[in-house]
Write a protein that binds this ligand. Sequence first.
Ligand SMILES: Nc1nc2c(c(=O)[nH]1)N[C@H]1C(S)=C(S)[C@@H](COP(=O)(O)O)O[C@H]1N2
Ligand SMILES: [Mo]
Length: 177
Amino acid sequence: MLKKIFLGLASAGLLAAPAWADPAPAREHMSHALTVTGKVATPLTLKVADLRQLPPANGGELAVTRHNGDKAETITSYRGVRLRDILDKAALDAPGHNDVKKLAIIATATDGYAVVFSWGELYNSPAGEGVIVYYEKNGKALDENDGEIGLISAKDIRTGPRHLKWLNAIEVRKLVE
Ligand SMILES: Nc1nc2c(c(=O)[nH]1)N[C@H]1C(S)=C(S)[C@@H](COP(=O)(O)O)O[C@H]1N2
Ligand SMILES: [Mo]
């Protein structure tokens, strides 16, 4: 009864909904495919089964820390594909000698959360090694709280901000002409 009143007020915009009354459960954010678009020779749509065909990248224990340093969770192990390998499959469209250096790679989730990488970071810095599109966590397929597809940047100082749940799009954009 109390819950009904809360939900009524919340949906009427009269009250901020409490966490337990979230009208959009995580399940609705589930990502079923990843698109790769923008400055690429071959745009792609990849499902988990397609990601499994690419060279696997595995990782061990990883603490997901928020920007303020609090720990969100500890992942025991994960399995996925390096973002670099996905971009190579789509082939970056950067014909000029200096074109790649002007590329930004934007990763977006179904809830609109988005983060940015650069070509230099992914291909020419230690960080690139740890940027992984993952589909398994702790030996299991990602559930509705993370998946079906996510992204982690394992070498970030705080790993929370560039840990994406429900990843569904990678866009390559040339930022400078
Ligand atoms: N899709 C999506 N991924 C996201 C977020 C989000 O709002 N949407 N929040 C990020 C932030 S700010 C952090 S710190 C980590 C951990 O957040 P959590 O505490 O909500 O799990 O997930 C990140 N991934
Ligand atoms: Mo965060």
